[in-house]
Write a protein that binds this ligand. Structure first.
Ligand code: MN
Length: 362
C-alpha cells in the first residue's frame, strides 16, 4: 500500500503540500480539480498544472477523488450521453498525464450526509456527527442551510452552494428512479467509459453511499457487500472497482468490514480508513483513528487489507478538529496526520509479525 493524504488544491485547502510532505510515510496526494463542476470536461493543461504543482512539492498524484458524475448520468436523463462524452474526455486527459486511479460516487443529489459538523467531544475536540432523528425532522433544504452555516468558510465536497441552490430541481430529476434504475444507469455509464479505462489502465473505484442507507427517500445502491457484488459482476472487469471506505460502510453496524475487504480481494483499488463511534442506533459520531476511540477494530481492517495483498493508496479519512485548527470540517491537518502515522504503525506491525517483513510496504 501507499499512504496518501487528501488535498483539495491550493486555492481551496487550508493544508499545504509542504505540510503533507512532512507527515512520515506519506508520499502521495489524492486530489481533484475542486473548482470544476460535475459534467465539466477537464483539460490536459489543467491536469498537468496540478500534477506539476504536486510534484514540485516532492509528492505525486496517487489518484483523483473525485471526478464527479453529473446528475443526468445518474438519473439516466435524455442528455446523459453528452455528459458521458465529457467524462470520457476527462479520463483520456487524466490517462495522458499518468493518472491511474479515479474515485467517484453514484449517490443521487447528496454526497455524504451529516447533521452536525462540529459536535463537541469530552476532550474538547469536535467531530462530524449524524443523528437519524435530526434527519427525520428536517427537509433537504433545511439540512443544506444548517450545513452551510457551519463550514468555517470552506466549501464542502458535494455540498457546493450552486448545486444546493437547485435542490428542488434535482429531486424532480430523480422522480421515478428507484434502486434498480439507478443500478442500470450505473451499468450504462461503466460500459461507456470502460474502453478508455482499459486503454489508459485507469482503475475506477466507486465510493460507498454515506450513510449506508436511503436518506430523504432517495435510492442508494452502494451500501453493503451484496450490492457491491452486483456492481462488480454486472461489469466484470478489474477496471470497475471499489473504494473501500470503512467510515461509510461502517455507518451500518451490520457490515462486517474486515470480511467485506476479504470478499472484495482484487477489486479494492483505494482505501479510506477511519473510525467512528456508534452511540446508539441512529446516532454516530466520527472519532480518532485509534481503535479504542471508536467502534471499529482498525487492526483487523488493516490486517484484511494486508492479507489480501492490497497495493493501492490508503488515506486517513475525516479527522477530529483539534489543537485549535481552523479547516474544512473533517479535513484538518493535525488529526489526519495522527491517523496516517497510526495506520502506518499498524501496517508495519502487521507486516513484521506476518514473517514476510516490511518490504511489502510501498
Ligand atoms: Mn470515504
Amino acid at each position: 500500500m501507499e499512504m496518501t493524504f487528501r488535498w483539495f488544491g491550493s486555492e481551496w485547502d487550508s493544508v499545504q503540500l509542504s505540510q503533507i510532505r512532512q507527515i512520515p510515510g506519506v508520499t502521495g496526494v489524492i486530489t481533484t480539480l475542486y473548482g470544476a463542476a460535475p459534467g465539466d470536461p477537464w483539460s490536459r493543461e489543467e491536469i498537468r498544472a496540478l500534477r506539476e504543482e504536486v510534484e514540485a512539492a516532492g509528492l505525486h498524484i496517487s489518484g483523483i477523488e473525485s471526478v464527479n458524475v453529473h446528475d443526468s448520468i445518474k438519473a439516466g436523463s435524455p442528455d446523459r450521453d453528452q455528459y458521458i462524452e465529457h467524462y470520457i474526455a476527462t479520463l483520456r486527459n487524466l490517462g495522458e498525464e499518468g493518472v491511474r486511479l479515479v474515485c467517484y460516487n453514484f449517490m443521487p443529489v447528496f454526497d455524504w450526509t451529516r447533521t452536525e459538523l462540529a459536535r463537541p467531544r469530552p476532550d474538547g475536540s469536535t467531530v462530524l456527527a449524524y443523528s437519524q432523528k435530526a434527519v427525520d425532522a428536517m427537509d433537504p433544504s433545511a439540512m443544506f442551510r444548517s450545513i452551510e452555516g457551519d463550514v468555517n468558510g470552506f466549501v464542502l465536497p458535494g455540498w457546493e452552494p450552486e448545486r444546493m441552490g437547485r435542490i428542488r430541481e434535482l429531486f424532480r430529476l430523480y422522480q421515478g428512479v428507484d434502486g434498480e434504475k439507478l443500478l442500470e444507469n450505473l451499468r450504462y455509464f461503466l460500459e461507456a467509459i470502460l474502453p478508455v479505462c482499459r486503454k489508459y489502465d485507469i482503475y475506477m473505484a466507486i465510493h460507498p453511499d454515506d450513510p449506508a442507507w436511503s436518506v430523504f427517500g432517495l435510492p442508494r445502491i452502494v451500501t453493503s457487500l451484496p450490492g457491491l457484488q452486483r456492481i462488480l459482476t454486472m461489469v466484470d472487469d478489474p477496471h470497475n472497482g471499489v473504494t473501500f471506505c470503512s467510515g461509510s460502510y461502517g455507518t451500518n453496524p451490520e457490515n462486517d468490514l474486515p470480511g467485506m475487504i476479504r470478499a472484495l480481494k482484487g477489486r479494492i483499488h483505494f482505501a479510506h480508513v477511519r473510525n467512528l463511534r456508534h452511540n446508539f442506533p441512529g446516532d454516530f459520531e466520527e472519532a480518532a483513528h485509534l481503535s479504542s476511540d471508536g467502534s471499529f477494530d482498525m487492526y483487523e481492517i488493516m490486517k484484511a487489507l494486508y492479507d489480501t495483498g492490497f497495493s493501492g493508496p490508503i488515506r486517513p479519512d475525516h479527522g477530529r478538529m483539534i489543537w485549535g485548527e481552523r479547516a474544512m470540517p473533517g479535513y484538518g491537518l493535525y488529526d489526519r496526520a495522527l491517523g496516517a502515522a497510526y495506520l502506518n504503525g499498524l501496517w508495519e506491525a502487521i507486516a513484521k509479525s506476518s514473517g514476510r517483513g516490511p518490504s511489502l510496504q510501498a
